[in-house]
Design a protein around this ligand. Structure first.
Ligand code: MG
Length: 756
């Protein structure tokens, strides 16, 4: 009960005047107090200011319950506001209060306190620790290892890789998860690389015997590893018995139809008589070479007239009875002829040079503008390749680029897409290629390897050049070759189709057309995509891969997109990636999580580098099996080895011992691909992520298994929202964590989650 207060003045009045003074009661008002909002919530890193509005008719006091809650002032009067902030929270969830107290005075009755609840979420960062299903040993994927027989493993200590060496290392290949080997050409050859085949029907004795080869195939099959032979259909080696026989007797050889021969190539091409050109007027690549037959020389007296007055320079040779002249020592123009060497011509009028000579030459002659026997470029003039025979009395146009010997007799020429040591095989009119004797001879050898040795497929070399880049001709040829080999494969008792992949080294738009002939070609554009992706922009990765797959399938239902980084004809992937270990590892993770048929090139899994600048051997380096270099097949690459690369750090032995090595990244992701059907042969579809550094996609198998693959290709950590369940990670490269729906991947990190 409120105590009555009597003012002193009234008491005095009561005492002196007996006057009764009535007390005036003070007016008491109720404080109003409303607060909005009454709940504030903060994220762990949220230190933003949040405003609490207060409506009141009197003074109020503010009190917070914990030191992590900050208010900007402790009291106020009337309408106002308080700013509330919190400290960042690295601990658990927490809550506290900010209480607004009413205040009483003589005339104000305080309002009840109003409590504002303040909550802040704690950090719930979950570090990704992969827990893949255990691999049951059933290799579901279709991953191929490109292996160079000569430089992989040497079993007999002669420095050259061999079949037994490969067989001894099958556990290594099995551990790498591969399901097939593409072997470099296994046949006898004149080169170390063996792309000039001297006998398709047997194996190179440097590599072992046919029995050794069969043993390797059987042992590989026992480990679920298929064998693909490298078949060189475009050309044989010049050391092939077929070609040797033609050289010995171009007219009479039983093999003269095996090669592209002509005595007048230009005229025959122009007349459409060269089947190998398939109607083209010029070859996609290559040139004509003399077989060296025929009597090219001349013995007798000749008059030479060189006409230098016109753009097209000519030489005219006529038989004569005039007196022979001696060489002009002050000449500006020279002949190089027979065993005499340089002979100076006489300038008989401006830029006309002549001489009469007794000639004795077995090979012909050349025209020269200098006697400098270092033969400076452009100073030697001869005929065009395949068109350098002189006809007496008629001018012959001179050429200083090819500068072929000017001959008096007629040689036979053969065509070679590559160099003279690789004469092109002649398969006749393309629509009847399978009827040609060369086709039937080479096909008979393929039958032997399929039927008697049990090989599982072929990699076909240089398919663009079989018919000089004429696509419809090459499609037709490849289709005939495939049908022949597949029929043999079925006869051998197989229910599936034989595998065949072609080297159609072209842009995707042309390469895809070769699927009309065979079920697979190498996608030569894939590694460019990987490099640009690892350059930091991953936005186009999924759509580009899906374009490859879709456009190959559009050519044929059974299309298999073969993806790879580099092969034996290209600079090494590690060199192209700047020897950046993080990028090399992520390139492996990209390759092995991408649909298609991945190929791993020998040494890529160990981070081998090398460029072709110093020779092809430097991209074909032998495997260093142990730190001591045992079984290292250096002689297989002519001892041309970058020894700075062959250090213990890059040996198989050293990388075995390092759980974070590139080799172990390959093993991890290859095993993953073999474990999960969705990765092995599932369908790719884009997954929503934010930020150009992320490539993310789903892989879904036909029976509904679904994985989420996410790669951060940036060289720093990045975070993206992910709408899928991240509770079942099955693979990790680098680092990854998530909090709520936010996934954070470390630099060049990759993660795979199982969703279903
Ligand atoms: Mg050997």
């Amino acid at each position: 009960m409120r105590r009555a207060i009597f003012p002193l003045a009234c008491l005095l009045i009561v005492a002196s005047q007996a006057f009764s003074c009535k007390e005036k009661e003070p007016e008491i008002v109720q404080q109003t107090l409303s607060v909005s909002p009454t709940t504030l919530s903060f994220e762990p890193e949220d230190v933003s200011a949040k405003l609490v509005n207060i409506s009141s008719n009197a003074t109020w006091l503010v009190e917070q319950s914990a030191s992590w809650i900050k208010v900007d002032k402790g009291s106020g009067d009337g309408n106002g506001s308080v700013t509330v902030t919190v400290e960042a929270n690295s601990g658990d969830d927490r809550s506290g209060t900010v209480t607004i107290h009413g205040s009483s005075t003589l005339t104000v009755k305080a309002a009840p306190d109003v409590v504002v609840t303040v909550t802040q979420r704690g950090k719930h960062v979950v570090e990704v620790v992969p827990n893949p299903a255990s691999f049951d040993g059933n290799k579901r994927a279709s991953t191929t290892y490109q292996l160079l027989i000569y430089s992989f493993a040497d079993s007999d200590g002669d420095g050259v890789g061999d079949f037994k060496g490969i067989q001894d290392r099958l556990d290594y290949l099995d551990g790498l998860g591969v399901t097939a080997l593409w072997l470099s050409p296994a046949h006898p050859t004149s080169s170390y690389h063996a792309y000039d085949v001297n006998d398709y029907s047997t194996v190179n004795p440097l590599y072992g015997t046919e029995e050794d080869f069969k043993n390797l195939i059987d042992a590989a099959h026992a480990k679920g590893i298929k064998i693909y032979m490298d078949y060189v259909l475009n050309h044989s080696g010049s050391g092939n018995d077929w070609f040797e026989d033609v050289k010995a007797d171009p007219e009479g050889s039983a093999y003269k139809d095996f090669y592209v021969l002509s005595k007048s190539p230009d005229a025959d091409v122009a007349a459409g008589l060269v089947d190998n050109y398939a109607g083209a007027r010029s070859p996609g690549m290559g040139s004509w070479h003399s077989l060296g037959d025929g009597d090219l020389g001349y013995k007798g007296k000749l008059h030479f007239k060189v006409d230098w007055t016109k753009t097209t320079k000519t030489v005219t040779v006529t038989e004569t009875t005039e007196v022979a002249q001696s060489s002009n020592p002050a000449a500006k123009m020279w002949l190089y002829i027979g065993s005499v060497g340089n002979v100076g011509l006489y300038e008989t009028s401006t830029n006309i040079f002549e001489i009469t000579l007794n000639v004795d030459t077995s090979w012909g002659f050349l025209v020269r503008t200098t006697t400098d026997n270092s033969w400076p470029a452009g100073t030697k003039y001869g005929g065009k390749a395949g068109d350098s025979r002189v006809t007496f009395g008629q001018p012959l146009a001179l050429d200083n680029s090819t500068a072929a010997d000017i001959t008096f007799g007629q040689a036979t020429y053969y065509f070679a897409s590559f160099d003279a040591s690789m004469p092109d095989l002649n398969y006749g009119p393309y629509d009847k290629a399978s009827e040609s004797p060369a086709f039937q001879a080479v096909a008979a050898t393929a039958d032997k390897w399929i039927k008697d040795f049990g090989i599982d497929g072929f990699r076909l070399d240089a398919v663009l050049w079989i018919y000089q880049s004429v696509i419809k001709a090459n499609q037709s040829f490849l289709s005939q070759w495939y049908d022949h080999c597949n029929a043999t494969y079925k006869e051998a008792g197989h229910s599936d189709n034989i595998f065949m992949v072609g080297e159609a080294w072209e842009d995707h738009s042309t390469e895809k057309l070769y699927y009309k002939g065979i079920p697979s070609c190498f996608e030569f554009n894939y590694f460019s995509l990987v490099k640009s992706t690892l350059g930091g922009n991953a936005t186009g990765y999924v759509s580009a891969v899906n374009t490859y797959l879709t456009e190959h399938k559009a050519q044929r239902d059974d299309a298999i997109t073969s993806i790879f980084m580099t092969n034996h004809d290209q600079d090494r992937a590690a060199s192209d990636l700047g020897k950046n270990a993080a990028k090399e590892k992520q390139a492996a993770a990209l390759l092995l999580t991408t649909p298609g048929k991945p190929f791993i090139y020998q040494g890529e899994e160990l981070g081998y580098w090398g460029t072709k600048a110093n020779g092809d051997e430097y991209v074909r380096t032998p495997i260093l099996w142990d730190k001591a270099g045992k079984d290292c097949a250096k002689k297989g690459v002519n001892n041309k080895v970058d020894n700075s690369m062959l250090t213990s750090a890059i040996s198989v032995e050293a990388q075995d011992a390092d759980s974070g090595s590139l080799l172990n990244v390959y093993r991890t992701f290859s095993r993953l691909r073999n474990t999960y059907p969705a990765l092995a042969d599932g369908t790719m579809s884009a997954a929503p992520v934010s930020g150009s550094s992320f490539a993310a996609w789903y892989m879904t198998s036909s029976d509904g298994q679904k994985l989420l693959v996410v790669h951060n290709v940036a060289s720093s950590s990045r975070t993206t929202a992910v709408t899928d369940d991240m509770s079942k990670p099955v693979a990790l490269l680098g680092t990854a964590s998530y909090e709520g729906s936010n996934l954070t991947l470390g630099p060049n990190s990759s993660v795979v989650f199982q969703l279903k």
